[in-house]
Design a protein around this ligand. Sequence first.
Ligand SMILES: *Cc1c(COP(=O)(O)O)cnc(C)c1O
Length: 340
Amino acid sequence: MLIDLRSDTITRPTPGMLNAMMKAEVGDDVFREDPTVNLLEKTAADLFGMEGALYCASGTMGNQIAIKCHTQPADEVICEREAHVYIYEGGGIAFNSGSQVRALAGDRGRITADQISDAINPDDVHKARTSLVCLENTSNRGGGSCYDLDEIKKIRTVCDERKLALHLDGARLFNALVARKENPATYGKLFNSISVCFNKGLGCPAGSIILGTASFIHQARRIRKLFGGGMRQTGFLAATALYALEHHVERLAEDHAHARQLADALRSNPIVKNVLPVETNLVIFELITGEAPKIFVDKMKTAGILLLPISATRLRMVTHLDISAEMTDQACRILKATMI
Ligand SMILES: *Cc1c(COP(=O)(O)O)cnc(C)c1O
C-alpha cells in the first residue's frame, strides 16, 4: 500500500465519523433549521470566544467571504507573498473583492508588525486604501511554521492604531494551538475574523468555519449565499466537524511527532540539502543542487511513498490521520535508503 504524504486533505472519514454522519439530525440550513449546523456554529464560536460562526464549503470560500466583508473595491490587503489567500485562491481577492494585494516577504510565511506598519498606505489619493491584514497560522508554504503570540499582539496593536481589520487564515490553526499549547480563545480576542479548516488535519471530508462578531457573520452569511455557498441539509457534514473537534484535536501531536521523525530521516540522506524546521505536520525540503525533484518523486513512488513537488526545487510531505506510527517508520526506512 502506498504511504500518501502529499497532503492532509486526503484522509477518509473514520468509522466513528461516519457513524456521526449517519446519526446527524438535519434540516434546511438556508432556513437556519439545521440543528447540527447550528450546534457546530455555536460550539466553534464559544470555543474561540467569538460572537458568531458560519460553516462554509471550503477554506477558500471562508477566506474569500471574510476578505469580501472587510474590504471595498480598490482597497489593498496586506499579506505574506506566499500566503494561501494570495497564491492559491485563483486570484480571488481581485475577482471577488476587487482589491489588490501588498505581498510582503516573510520568514517562513510569517510577517512582522514592523513590516506591516511600513506597508500601510498613507491617506493619499494616489494610493489604494489599506484596509485589511491577513495572517496565516500555521503557514502552509512556510512548512507549517507557527506565529509567536507576542508578534500577533504587536500586529493587533498596529491594526488598531491604523484602523485595519485583521483576518487569520487558520486552515491549520489547530496544529498551531496543539504545537504551542495555546488556547483558541486567545486567538478569538486578537482577530476580527478567523477561518479554520475541518478538511485538513482534523480529518473531515469537507468544510471550514469562519468566526467573528455577530455583525460580521450576518454580512458573511449574505456573501456566502451570493457566492453560491448556501447549502441545505449540511448537518451531515457539520456532524463530522463536531466529531473532529471532540476526537481529532489532541491527536495532532502524533502527526507532529511523525513529521519530526520524517525530517530526521531526510537529514540523514546525503542527497537532501536542506529541511525547513518542523514545527507541526508539514515537512518541506530541498535536494542537493542538480537533483530533480520529479525524479525523486518517481523513485519514492516506486518505493511506496507519495510526496508532492511544490516548486522547481522544493518537495513536501504532510503527516495526517491516515498515517500510522508503522507507516511513519516504514517511510523513514525508505527515505534514508533512497538515492538517485
Ligand atoms: C488548505 C488551505 C486553505 C483552504 O483550502 P480549501 O482546500 O479551499 O479548503 C486555506 N489556507 C491555507 C493556508 C490552506 O493550507
